[in-house]
Structure formats: structure tokens, C-alpha cells
Design a protein around this ligand. Structure first.
Ligand SMILES: *[C@@H]1O[C@H](CO)[C@@H](O)[C@H](O)[C@H]1NC(C)=O
Ligand SMILES: *[C@@H]1O[C@H](CO)[C@@H](O)[C@H](O)[C@H]1NC(C)=O
Ligand SMILES: *[C@@H]1O[C@H](CO)[C@@H](O)[C@H](O)[C@H]1NC(C)=O
Length: 254
């Protein structure tokens, strides 16, 4: 009896080891240890001046729970990515912390995030604990990438104010999930000629001499838990008579 139990363990051992190794490799749910600061009082909620160039949208996005990132900014690829950030002092901090959206580039000492003050305080167990965190200024945190969620929103195109017939720039708002937009094409709907755009800065995609007519947008989504790359082609085009500053519903969500 004892022998067979021993045999069973020998059989199971490699299996158990293998399982914990696989977990360590993927580890999509793991938290990374770091620290976070917050914007000075002038930016109590979101910010209109972030490097992602979201403008006034950045001030209201995610109810003002936004953040600047240092390494995670990734040259603008990180713009719009969502992270769960929770502080680690059990005296003040809630277990869930706060979910923030990256809207800016910035670092303060060795922080990964400079949160809006609104988001920073929300890491507390209650309003008093949040105020105590704010008085600390910089706190130890742990974070992980999570899916963005925008209930009742489709992916939306915001045409940059700088756009004209010879230069086209736009942003992609409300992309759900945890993938990055790593390439964008604009295609003429008449003859399907496509142009690859460049991430010019922040969340802004741009191209010189844009195609004419109604424009079909193609977005390459990469990364995430499965690591797959997928081209997403929304049903709605940017209309031929698009206007700088306007906002268009793509008719799709991911
Ligand atoms: C097709 O696309 C090319 C490249 O943008 C453009 O120069 C040309 O005028 C288009 N042709 C037609 C028939 O729309
Ligand atoms: C653009 O064209 C559509 C019809 O195709 C029209 O409904 C809309 O008012 C036009 N917008 C502008 C700004 O001209
Ligand atoms: C999103 O797109 C779908 C399909 O085109 C449309 O029916 C729906 O009204 C859109 N939702 C919003 C919130 O605009």
C-alpha cells in the first residue's frame, strides 16, 4: 500500500512541476511590484495635457482614473492601455485598488505610474484612507495589465484638428480588451488602395497625402493573453466629407 502511494507520487511529481512551470511562464495574472506617485493638485482628475494627446477626452476618460507611465508608455503604444494598480500598505489599501488608463508619459523617481489624484485616492479602503495615501505622496504598489471596458461604446475615430487634404491624423478611442493597436491602414473603398499610417506621437496615427473618398480603417491588434495578431475592419467608414475635429462611430467593438 505504502509502495503504491510512493509510486503514485513519483508519477505525479513531474506533472506537478510542469504545471507550476507553465503557470510561471504565462503568468498573465501576475502583479509586478513598483511604486506610484500622483499629479499635483492642478490635475485632480484626468489631464488634458497628456503626451498621448487625448486633449479634453483625456480629462474625462475612465471617470478621471488615468495615469502617466514611464516604461509602460512604450513610445505611445501604451496609450489607452489599462492597468489594475493597488497599493500594498494593508493599513490603507483596498484589495482591488483602481483600474487606470494610460494617457501620458512621465516618471517621478523610480515610479512606473503617476496617477491622477482621483485614481491615487481610490486605492484606499475608503475616503479617509485615500486621503492618508495622498498625504504620503509616493506609495509602494503592484500592478498588472487588465482589459479595458467601455460599456455602450463602440471604437471611435477622432479626426485630429491638424488634418487637411494633404495630411491626415486621427486617434482611436474606446478600444476594449488588453491588446495593443500596432498598425493602422487607411483604404480607399473604391479601389481598395491602402496606406500604412505611422504612430506620429502619443495615440495619434498620421499619414501624408491620405487616400480620397470614404475611408475604410484597418487596425492590427497585437499582444494580450493569447498573443495573437488580428486585423480588425470596422463596418463604418470615415465619410468622404470628414471634418477636422469630428468624431465617427466605427460600428464595432472588440
Ligand atoms: C486608386 O488609388 C490610387 C492611389 O491612391 C489613386 O491614385 C487612384 O486615383 C485611385 N483610382 C481610382 C479609380 O479611384
Ligand atoms: C456629410 O455627408 C453626409 C451624407 O453623406 C451628410 O449627412 C452630412 O451632413 C455631411 N456632413 C458635412 C459636415 O457636410
Ligand atoms: C455600435 O455599433 C453598432 C453596430 O454598427 C450599432 O448598432 C450601435 O448603435 C453602436 N453603439 C453605439 C453606442 O454607438
Amino acid at each position: 500500500m505504502a509502495l503504491s502511494a510512493h509510486k503514485l507520487l513519483l508519477l505525479l511529481l513531474p506533472l506537478l512541476l510542469c504545471q507550476s512551470k507553465a503557470k510561471g511562464n504565462t503568468c498573465s495574472d501576475c502583479f509586478t511590484q513598483s511604486s506610484a506617485a500622483y499629479y499635483p493638485n492642478s490635475d485632480k482628475e484626468g489631464t488634458e495635457t497628456g503626451a498621448c494627446e487625448y486633449g479634453t477626452f483625456g480629462a474625462t476618460l475612465n471617470g478621471g482614473d488615468v495615469s502617466a507611465a514611464s516604461n509602460l508608455y512604450r513610445n505611445g503604444v501604451g496609450c489607452g492601455a489599462c492597468y489594475q494598480v493597488r497599493c500594498t500598505d494593508a493599513k490603507y489599501c483596498s484589495t482591488d485598488g483602481v483600474t487606470i488608463v494610460i494617457t501620458d508619459l512621465g516618471a517621478s523617481g523610480n515610479t512606473d505610474f503617476i496617477l491622477s489624484q482621483h485614481a491615487f485616492a481610490r486605492m484606499g479602503q475608503n475616503a479617509d484612507a485615500g486621503a492618508s495615501l495622498v498625504s504620503l505622496g509616493v506609495v509602494g504598489i503592484e500592478y498588472r495589465r487588465v482589459s479595458c471596458s467601455y460599456p455602450n461604446k463602440n471604437i471611435t475615430f477622432k479626426i485630429d484638428q491638424s488634418s487637411n487634404l494633404y495630411y491626415f491624423a486621427f486617434q482611436i478611442w474606446y478600444q476594449q480588451g488588453n491588446k495593443d493597436i500596432t498598425a493602422v491602414q487607411l483604404c480607399e473603398t473604391d479601389n481598395l488602395t491602402c496606406k500604412l499610417l505611422e504612430r506620429s506621437h502619443g495615440a495619434v496615427w498620421a499619414v501624408a497625402s491620405p487616400p480620397r473618398g470614404p475611408l475604410s480603417v484597418r487596425m492590427l491588434l497585437s499582444g494580450g493573453v493569447d498573443g495573437d495578431e488580428t486585423w480588425v475592419v470596422p463596418p463604418n467608414n470615415i465619410p468622404q466629407n470628414w471634418t477636422a475635429g469630428d468624431i465617427y462611430d466605427s460600428g464595432i467593438q472588440v
